[in-house]
Write a protein that binds this ligand. Sequence first.
Ligand code: NAD
Length: 482
Amino acid sequence: MSSPPNQLFIDGHWVGPAEREVLEVIDPATEQLVDRVPVATDADIDAALAASAAAFAEWRHADAWTRSQLLRKVSAVLREWVEPMAATLTEEQGKPLREARGELAATADQFDWYADEARRIYGRVIDGHARDNRLLVLRQPVGPVAAFSPWNFPALLPARKIAAAVAAGCSIIIKPAEEAPRTCLWLARACAEAGAPRGLINVVTGHPEHISTRLIRADVIRKVSLTGSVPVGKKLLKLCAELVKPASMELGGHAPVLVFADADVERAAETAARAKFRNSGQVCIAASRFFVHAAIAEAFTRRFVEVTRALRLGDGRDPDTDIGPLASSRRRDAAEALVADAVARGARVRWGGERPAAFPRGFYFFPTVLTGVTDEMRVMNEEPFCPIAPITTFATFDEAVARANRSDYGLAAYVFSRDTKTTFLAAEALEAGMVGVNNMVIATAEAPFGGVKMSGCGREGGSEGIEAYTHTKYVNIGLWDQ
Ligand code: NAD
């Protein structure tokens, strides 16, 4: 049981590599090969599509209590399996075990949340234009879903899609990121353990472009959901547009943090530094542009650097580790390039800025604090997705908001101030789907998660989360005499 699943999960069966090509799963802390997963063939993808269609034909008729009970059981299984799942998650993604356990608790929360939402999908009855006329509004499951999830939260992000789809009465085929595929396969195992019908949840691993194209083009698929980068989002949206398929997109972010002169500077700096470096900065809502009022900028930076210096870099399995390696060499190379660009344009490295010599193996990068940053630097325009905190200063409210809103992204934003009026006006003015005020832990199952502008469309979680998996049907009834 504790060995991680490493096969495709199609129609309730585990499908091994056999003659298939395989993808290597690398431990980012050691750069060692830890497992192999199969590359789904066209026949595998088509089998998942057929299974999904057959399962949907049944599950769409399952009553709300049945759907709810299945999700509740999945949550219970996940809470029981935290330790082996956390070990897999850390091994393939790199985050500290403590964070992996936290992610798995949040993953179980998703199933609990949607176990409740499954029973709260309400229609409406509207009075018609005439005495003998009634109008009904029904909400029906949208159909089999194709979903694509990334590697940074390899349990939580697929769970947001699986739990919502199943709650609404849909079946789902999910393709996890090739960097961390087995955590999602664990979810499939938990669903099977909880008694999910065959074909309701299918997981295919392999080449992303090939799988996403084949799935989205298939007639069976009626809904697409991606959490990933803007370039991948654009590709999938184009495919969806050709076929007029509804799509939910949870794409990247470049969250601004506005620290006003009246903020609790010490507490803001501590909160911001801890939140920034969670998961080595590989979080779509991670703070990544720090706008600090000039009057408090040095005090804020000093405390921010103190907290950052105290964070211990290391293997996620070591209980003393605060920050693990980045998930891949690609992410570490990106971090190096962003620091080099900022320094070449005049930024000052206040802490970090390089690979730690103590770790010759593994994709490690020091948590990094930059000051003297200007809006033209790459790090202020490209989503860093790595442990870099660029700090710049501002003079007025309007300047801070305008510079924060320059970005094409609009996922999360944060405000630190003691003044109610400032926090309200900033929260309203910031172009973001989510705003944290004196708080940077904002993602939770019961609140709607998602962005504006290029950060995407649609919401996951909250009472809004189920909407993407249902469509509205209007029925007009004439009450004729029999
Ligand atoms: P990348 O763009 O090379 O790959 C990201 C992921 O996209 C891969 O895991 C891959 O499985 C998937 N992907 C690529 N092409 C695809 C396709 N055609 N269809 C379906 N999936 C496809 O970048 P990377 O270096 O691995 O990650 C960094 C970028 O990814 C950043 O820009 C970041 O915004 C984004 N990202 C975002 C999130 C998020 O939570 N929003 C999570 C992980 C990565």
